[in-house]
Design a protein around this ligand. Structure first.
Ligand code: SF4
Ligand code: SF4
Ligand code: FES
Length: 533
């Protein structure tokens, strides 16, 4: 493996590694615009110029592979002068509209101007005036005059989605970014061009002017939109001045962006996952305990009532449970413990398969934790439980997480409903099942709780709490523990998710030896599906 000296420090890297990658791998930054880890090398911005001993002139770090014995200087006077000259060049036409630009706070032009620019411009001619706020797609707006022509967005549409909607038009100083005539940027991954635009030329309609990025609290977590489990960062508003009607601080999710994980999603996510937090993407939330549905009820009284119903049904062998494959493994484990403590139940897991997998990331299986659910509960289909209910063999039905929805499964036929003594619904959203429930216990939704989920390849990853739980809702594992206590079943004395994870790791084979730290930010290497409990 070649050894290279970068700013006096010798490092050994794999053959073919570029100077830029070598520098990044040992934690030193070479400024760059056009290079992006997920795209081909364009080498057109010239911001990554470095000095290589014995080379006749400066070279671009993003394109030049290291050679054994190479000595690189990234901070020499020549390099600094070249960077300052490039910054002066970039700022010839770029408008200084930072106060109203949504990229302010995470703009590479702003950052590099401060770090590497001269702070002055010798340019006296008028700047090019191009189009502002051009609507180029369902989710993306273009401010043409902010573009520094790095071509990242063009390469994304050519190389990743292979849809080719974007291109440069004109030549030389009149060159400008634009959409191919007659086209729209409406592919299923269009939001990624916003993430990768280093300046504010491409912005997301849903996030524009919502908040300044420095007001966001960013939490690394995993998308629960499908069984891929893409790594994301959830940004939650932190402005104290904005109060919701509930009198709480405004801590709503303001945006979701991709987080790079080579083993799962690379640097990309789909638009569906990116916008899954939008009002309209989800049904109305359940606020407080109800018994029966529509009748407000004290939380403890609702727990008492639900525990009594479940216990009586379990004693007669007539308790059935339908769980969502979106619940965290900790939730599913706690519900399984509850069922065992009550003396047993028929467990089924919902199937949430819609359409087909696409060739990039999206999976037809929308059960983000379908693999974890199968590890814990086997693969009995919901229809088996509903058939049992139709035969009048279910006295109490505990529905966890999702509605029994005709779009996904067999609808809960009114005739079948009439044969089920009681339904206890523990979930986050208003639904037909929730409305027909005897007792309703609101649980936390994605972004409100800590836990783990297992993607379709068997990779165990952590979801993290990014915002405070809605209304009275509590994590599913906590509700299960409270029900167990009220029913006099084996008490599950858990108050933190880590305790549930410890208990899970002690019982469920693929989780053996794991804790939150071991799972870390990028998850574990896939465990074999079907490894079982
Ligand atoms: S719009 Fe942004 S990503 Fe596209 S070429 Fe211009 S600066 Fe680069
Ligand atoms: S591919 Fe699936 S997991 Fe990834 S962002 Fe889209 S919905 Fe979320
Ligand atoms: S990052 Fe190397 S030329 Fe643009």
């Amino acid at each position: 493996m070649p050894k290279v000296v970068i700013d006096g420090k010798e490092i050994e890297v794999a053959a073919g590694t570029t100077i830029l990658q070598a520098a990044l791998s040992e934690g030193s930054e070479i400024p760059h615009y056009c290079w992006h880890e997920g795209l081909s090398v364009a080498g057109n911005c010239r911001m990554c110029l470095v000095e290589v001993e014995k080379a006749p002139k400066l070279v671009i770090g993003c394109y030049t592979p290291v050679a054994d014995g190479m000595v690189v200087h990234t901070q020499s006077e020549k390099v600094k002068q070249a960077r300052a000259a490039m910054m002066e060049f970039f700022l010839i036409n770029h408008p200084l509209d930072c106060p109203i630009c949504d990229q302010a706070g995470e703009c590479k032009l702003q950052d590099y101007a401060v770090e590497h620019g001269t702070g002055v411009s010798r340019y006296t001619e008028p700047k090019l005036a191009l189009n502002k706020a051009v609507d180029i797609g369902r989710h993306v707006m273009l401010d043409q005059e902010r573009c520094i022509q790095c071509s990242r967005c063009i390469r994304f549409c050519d190389e990743i989605t292979k849809t080719g909607e974007l291109a440069f038009f004109q030549r030389g100083e009149r060159s400008q970014i634009g959409i191919v005539p007659g086209r729209r940027l409406d592919n299923a991954y269009s939001g990624n061009v916003v993430d990768l635009c280093p300046v504010g030329a491409l912005t997301l309609k849903e996030f524009r002017f919502q908040t300044r990025v420095w007001y966001l609290k960013n939490t690394p977590t995993v998308c629960a939109g499908c069984s891929r489990g893409c790594n994301v960062v959830v940004g939650v508003g932190q402005q104290q001045t904005l109060m919701t009607t509930r009198g709480q601080m405004d801590d709503r999710v303001k945006r979701i962006v991709a987080r790079s994980n080579e083993a799962v999603n690379g640097p990309w996510i789909c638009d569906e996952g990116r916008l899954s937090y939008q009002p309209g993407a989800a049904a109305k939330r359940l606020d407080a305990a109800e018994s029966p549905a529509g009748t407000a009820c004290d939380w403890d009284a609702a727990i008492e009532k639900a525990a009594g119903l479940l216990k009586a049904a379990a004693a007669k062998g007539a308790l059935a449970i339908v769980a969502s494959p979106r619940l965290t493994t900790e939730d599913l484990f706690a519900w399984r413990k509850l069922a065992q403590g009550l003396g047993g139940a028929t467990f089924a897991v919902r199937r949430l398969v819609r359409g087909e997998d696409d060739r990039l990331l999206l999976r037809a299986d929308k059960g983000a934790n379908a693999t974890g659910a199968e590890w814990l509960l086997g693969d009995t289909a919901e229809s088996a439980v509903l058939d049992k209910a139709a035969r009048g063999e279910v006295q109490a039905l505990l529905v966890l997480g999702d509605n029994l929805d005709p779009a996904d499964t067999l609808a809960l036929d009114p005739g079948v409903r009439a044969r089920i003594g009681a339904i206890v619904f523990a979930g986050a959203f208003v639904s037909g099942t929730a409305e027909s429930a005897t007792v309703l216990l609101p649980t936390t939704a994605w972004a409100e709780e800590d836990g783990t989920i297992v993607n379709f390849e068997g990779r165990i990853q952590r979801v993290r709490r990014a915002r405070t739980p809605w209304g009275e809702s509590r994590p599913g594992w906590k509700v299960a523990a409270e029900l167990a206590q009220a029913a006099g079943a084996a008490i599950l004395p858990w108050t933190r998710f880590e305790q549930v994870l410890d208990a899970l790791a002690a019982e469920v084979a693929p989780y053996a030896g794991l804790d939150a730290d071991a799972i870390g930010l990028l998850g574990t290497a896939p465990a074999s599906a079907g490894a079982g409990a």
